[in-house]
Design a protein around this ligand. Structure first.
Ligand code: AR6
Length: 176
C-alpha cells in the first residue's frame, strides 16, 4: 500500500508519555533494558515492578534495535523499548543508529498490530543527540515508514517540552 498523505497520521503533543492511552509507547532505554533515568525511569516507575521482571528475561537490546514488553500499570498496552545512540560528535554512525531505532520500533508496532504508537525524543536527553537533528531523523524516518505501511495508523511525537514540539511541527509543516 502506498499512502501519500501521511501528514494526517502524525501528531505532535507535549505530555508525559506514561499518561498516554495508546496501543504502544516507545521507551528510550539503554542496552541493559534494566531501567535508568529520564523517560526510562518514568516508564518503570509508572508501569510497576513487573516491567523490570519481564525486561530481565528479555536479556538486553543492542543500540538501534527494539524489544517489546507488556505495559503493566500503564494505560498503554505495550512498551516498545529501543536504544538510541549516545552522541559522540556525529561521526560515529549516530544518525544511522537513530534511524534504525525509529524504524525497528515502527516494525515492532506493526508486528503487534499497534494502531497508535507514541515516541519520546529518543537520545536527546542523557544521550545528548542535538534536538533539531534528532527531530529531523524522527520525522523523516517515520514518514518513510508510514508511506509503505497502513499500521500503525497514527504516530504521536510526544515531546516533554514546547521547544522540542515546535521542532517537530516546523518539520511537518515544511513537508506539506
Ligand atoms: N515523557 C516524555 N518525554 C520525556 C519524559 C516523559 N515522562 N521524561 C523525559 N522525556 P532521555 P536518552 C524526554 O534522557 O537521551 C536513561 O537513563 C526528555 O526530555 O530519557 O535516549 C536510559 O536508561 C528527552 O527529550 O533518553 C538510558 O541510559 C527525551 O525524553 C539513557 O537515559 C529522551 O531523554 C537514554 O538517553
Amino acid at each position: 500500500m502506498v499512502e501519500h498523505d501521511v501528514g494526517r497520521r502524525i501528531q505532535v503533543i507535549v505530555e508525559d508519555i506514561t499518561k498516554l492511552d495508546v496501543d504502544a509507547i516507545v521507551n528510550a532505554a539503554n542496552e541493559s533494558l534494566l531501567g535508568g533515568g529520564g523517560v526510562d525511569g518514568a516508564i518503570h516507575r509508572a508501569a510497576g515492578p513487573k516491567l523490570l521482571e519481564e525486561c530481565r528475561s528479555v536479556g538486553g537490546c543492542p543500540t538501534g534495535e527494539a524489544r517489546i514488553t507488556k505495559g503493566y500499570n500503564l494505560p498503554a498496552r505495550f512498551i516498545i523499548h529501543t536504544v538510541g545512540p549516545i552522541w559522540r560528535g556525529g561521526n560515529a554512525g549516530e544518525e544511522t543508529l537513530l534511524r534504525s531505532a525509529y524504524r525497528e520500533s515502527l516494525i515492532m508496532a506493526s508486528a503487534h498490530q499497534c494502531r497508535t504508537v507514541a515516541f519520546p525524543a529518543i537520545s536527546t536527553g542523557v544521550y545528548s543527540y542535538p534536538k533539531a537533528q534528532a527531530a529531523r531523523v524522527a520525522v523523516s524516518e517515520t514518514i518513510a515508514y508510514l508511506q509503505n505501511q497502513a499500521i500503525p495508523e497514527t504516530v504521536i511525537f510526544c515531546a516533554f517540552d514546547e521547544t522540542t514540539a515546535q521542532l517537530y511541527r516546523d518539520l511537518l509543516q515544511s513537508d506539506e
